[in-house]
Design a protein around this ligand. Structure first.
Ligand code: ARG
Ligand code: ZN
Length: 844
């Protein structure tokens, strides 16, 4: 069954209030509901349908009188009064048998829930749609020490707890947690003087890993007050860490539930990137309290309304807490690595999709990350002051409502007077625009001519021109900026912009700060790129010039058997040794483009990418760079060591990132000596895991790998790193066998998504390993996905995306992938989630 945006019809009833009672038992939990429905006088559709899946209905009553509803696999219908009535039901569910991790399930002996998008219907019968908002009261009966739900605590005693959430919410924001947990608590006073209790709940033993998350939470709360004027609105804010979780985290009202990997942190067990990610995800979930919870989505087609905006807000937060240019570069890398392949392949869909079979398949890089880019473009077009004025209006006008993208854009139109009709294409038309640029200079007049085209995507053969904000600056050949950053508004398919009164031909810096999620296509000389790498005043474009040089050097090696480009090697060597440059920036310039990115670039040039050749080129390049820099590496390594106790701040993180890059080069020339020593002396996970990765890549790390295992086998999150590192660093021809062997390891388990992803996700990211010509990588992934689908459809479907780029490769590989995808699709009892994904990937 396919659902369509155009078919939206409101529910025929208001839900005045909801009372739920949970009698917890691992295999037979009883859920009692008491729900007050009020028919809407003007409703077009008055059918009383409640969603419900995998529930055993024990009893149902209306206004106290027993009724016998008509029950199907997906819900129930019943004759109801045409005036306010009370619906009561009792159902039984089995949390222990719930391996899908959706609804109420058990993880390590604790009860927890995941209801977004449509998991509440696995808890009780309910109109499980985001436009039905109501006030919930919850009573939990159970022997667990800690019994939590949304909102404020009302009462608690031996074996029970009661909660009341005064803010109307859709069912997807419902949450319940019960377990023998311990808390790390703190307090915070809001801007208006309200005292809030903050808790992070964890399993005993993890208490020591909560400090950083708590600080991140307090910073997020303060930041949202200062930047968006948004205060917290309950007496308590609870966060719970659970080990088995399909996604990163969930913004349930007043009770955020986190994948433990996205909240627990300690210097000994977490890397710098873990710390940065945890800070960002805590902020993201907290920010949802306003953008998602107080103002929610009318239907799931509007998912980007809350996700795009909240990702944009968490990126602003990270930019403020750390380095804005570094965050922007990281986000561009991520967008190009995850969203561009989606937008240019069989799974392409608009930021606001118009049809789906399984909504869980649309929690994508397009909805989230491109959705955030669209907000960023809007802000750039209207300006900062107008943006915040529009946001104030949005919160004023829509607080307590379930909204659409139309509502969102209307707020901007009303507050700025701008017509956003064309801008809306960003929400409705899929695909990444290509932007071609030509330049002309004559008598002091410089003209930039742009042409935009967006290739067809599934179901959308033709695209209209988009409104593209192109941030441009002009430099003179001596490196001074002659025209500072200006935002050009491109609205036509082809359009020219003129700069007058220039004394000489300038060097353009185009798409500064990555001002639009497009692919810039410009034939530029190596000299000009090297000039920008050395002199651009825009940090993003400075980095991107280096990235373009890196890519063309690599492509020339693979295509034409060229040797590593000398000029680029020299430019890199200069940059790495330039101590006036931010270490974080130098680390980013040194980071090679991914092999998958090179594969895509080759495919775009009409060449079938050979994954082994791409990998060899990467190795040769790194080896040559190491030799070029060999005299400086020991000094650089020593100079970038961070002294003193570990701190996860931006400055130390940047320095360690550079140090890691240097170590990986040094390991290529010193036989692994420095890395072995660093492993030996490491007092934090960043340094320890970097050293291990360098050694394993050099096939010299077996002893250290065993030592690492011995040291950390009790820690699930560190073990995930160990599993992932083994696969990520395996030589391509060995990678499938290494991954296969690890799936038989005693600590491997299918029921923990983090562990499954550690092995199979790492395999699909070992580009040349996954794409081994004998198909062994594909076969292993398909075998594992078929087995996982029976337990956990959501994670299975998500991991099918590893196959989305298959049309890039040669016929032989395409045949192998096609037959694996067909084998998955033919599996008896395949989930709707996986079936939809595999079908879409195969069809294109
Ligand atoms: N709303 C959550 C977030 O953005 C994601 C949860 C989605 N879960 C799912 N099963 N689709 O943080
Ligand atoms: Zn979110």
């Amino acid at each position: 069954e396919t659902f369509y945006l155009k078919d939206y019809t409101p529910f025929g009833f208001d839900v005045a209030q909801v009372e739920l009672t949970f009698r917890l038992a691992p295999e037979a939990t009883r859920v009692l509901s008491r729900i007050t429905f009020v028919p809407k006088p003007d409703a077009a559709d008055r059918r009383f349908f409640l969603h419900g899946e995998q529930l055993s209905l024990i009893s149902a009553r209306i206004d106290g009188a027993p009724v016998t509803p008509e029950v199907t696999d997906t819900g129930l219908t019943c004759a109801v009064p045409d005036q306010r009535f009370v619906w009561e039901s009792e159902v039984e569910i089995n949390p222990r048998a719930n391996t899908a991790l959706e609804g109420l399930y058990m993880s390590n002996g604790m009860y927890c829930t995941q209801c977004e998008a449509e998991g509440f219907r696995k808890i009780t019968y309910y109109p499980d749609r985001p436009d039905v908002m109501s006030v919930f009261s919850v009573r939990i009966e159970g022997d667990e020490k800690v019994l939590l739900s949304n909102g404020n605590p009302v009462d608690a005693g031996a074996g029970f707890a009661e909660w009341h959430d005064p803010w109307p919410k859709p069912a997807y924001l419902f949450a319940l947690v019960a377990g023998d947990l311990v808390n790390h608590s703190d307090r915070m006073t809001t801007q208006s003087g309200k005292d809030v209790l903050l808790n992070i709940w964890v399993r005993p033993g993890d208490e020591g890993k909560c400090d950083f998350g708590m600080e991140a939470l307090k910073k997020s709360m303060r930041w949202d007050e200062q930047v968006y004027g948004r205060e917290y609105d309950l007496d308590v804010f609870n966060i719970v860490a659970v080990d088995d979780f399909n996604m990163g985290a969930m913004e349930n009202k007043g009770l955020n539930i986190f994948n433990s990997s996205c909240v627990l942190a300690s210097p000994e067990t977490s890397t710098d990137s873990n710390f940065e990610r945890i800070e960002a995800i805590i902020a993201h979930e907290y920010f949802h309290n306003w953008t998602g919870n107080r103002i929610t989505c009318r239907d799931w087609f509007q998912l980007c309304l809350k996700e795009g905006l909240t990702v944009y807000r968490d990126a602003q937060f990270t930019a403020d807490m750390r380095s804005a240019p570094v965050k922007r570069i990281e986000d561009a890398i991520d967008l190009r690595a995850r969203q561009f392949p989606e937008d240019n392949g069989p799974l392409a869909h608009p930021v606001r999709p118009e049809a789906f079979q399984e909504i869980n398949n649309f929690y994508t890089a397009t909805v989230y990350e491109k959705g955030a880019e669209v907000i960023g473009m809007l802000k750039r077009l209207v300006g900062d002051a107008a943006y915040y004025k529009a946001l104030d209006l949005y919160f004023d006008r829509h607080d307590g409502q379930a909204c659409t993208i139309e509502d969102w854009l209307t707020v901007f139109e009303d507050s700025t007077g701008r017509d956003l009709t064309q801008f809306k294409n960003w929400y409705s038309q899929a695909g990444t625009p290509r932007l071609k640029v030509e330049e002309q200079f004559e008598n002091g007049t410089y003209t930039l001519t742009f042409r935009q085209t967006t290739p067809p995507t599934p179901g959308q053969p033709d695209k209209d021109p988009k409104l593209i904000p192109i941030a441009v600056g002009l430099l003179s050949p001596d490196g001074t900026e002659v025209v500072p950053t200006t935002v050009l508004e491109m609205t036509q398919a082809e359009q020219s912009f003129v700069f007058e009164g220039l004394s000489g031909k300038p060097i353009p810096s185009i798409l500064r700060d990555f001002s639009a999620p497009v692919i810039l296509q410009r034939d530029t000389s190596t000299q000009e790129r090297a000039f920008l790498l050395a002199h651009d005043t825009d940090p993003f474009n400075r980095w991107d010039a280096g990235r373009e040089l890196a890519k063309s050097a690599r492509i020339a090696m693979v295509r034409d058997g060229a040797s590593p480009d000398r000029d680029y090697l020299d430019a890199l060597s200069l940059l790495v040794r330039d101590d006036t440059l931010d270490p974080a920036f130098r680390a980013l310039v040194l980071a090679p483009p991914s092999e998958s990115e090179i594969a895509q670039a080759l495919a775009d040039q009409g060449v079938s990418p050979d994954p082994e050749a791409i990998h060899d080129a990467a190795e040769t390049f790194a080896q040559t760079l190491a030799q070029t820099l060999s005299d400086s590496l020991p000094r650089l390594f020593a100079a970038t060591l961070v002294d003193g106790p570990y701190q996860p701040d931006a400055k130390s993180t940047g320095l360690r990132a550079l140090n890691s890059r240097i170590l990986s080069l040094l390991t290529r020339i010193d036989g692994g000596e420095a890395a072995a020593q660093q492993f030996e002396q490491a007092d934090n996970m960043t340094v320890q895991s970097t050293a291990l990765a360098c050694l394993l890549t050099a096939e010299k790390g077996e002893t250290q790998s065993r030592a690492f295992f011995e040291q950390w086998q009790h820690d699930r999150l560190v073990m995930d790193k160990w599993f992932a590192l083994k696969v990520a660093t395996a030589r391509p021809d060995r990678a499938p066998a290494v991954a296969q062997e690890l799936t038989g390891h005693p600590l491997f388990t299918m029921t923990n998504p983090n562990r499954f992803r550690a092995v199979l996700g790492a395999l699909s990211m070992n580009h040349a390993g996954f794409h081994q010509a004998d198909g062994s990588g594909y076969r292993l992934l398909a075998d594992q996905l078929i087995a996982l689908d029976a337990l956990n459809p959501q994670t299975t479907a998500r991991m099918c995306t590893s196959f989305q780029t298959w049309k890039r490769y040669d016929d032989a590989r395409q045949d192998l992938i096609r037959s694996e995808l067909s084998r998955i699709k033919a599996t008896a009892g395949l989930s709707r989630d996986t079936n939809e994904m595999v079908s879409r990937i195969l069809d294109a």
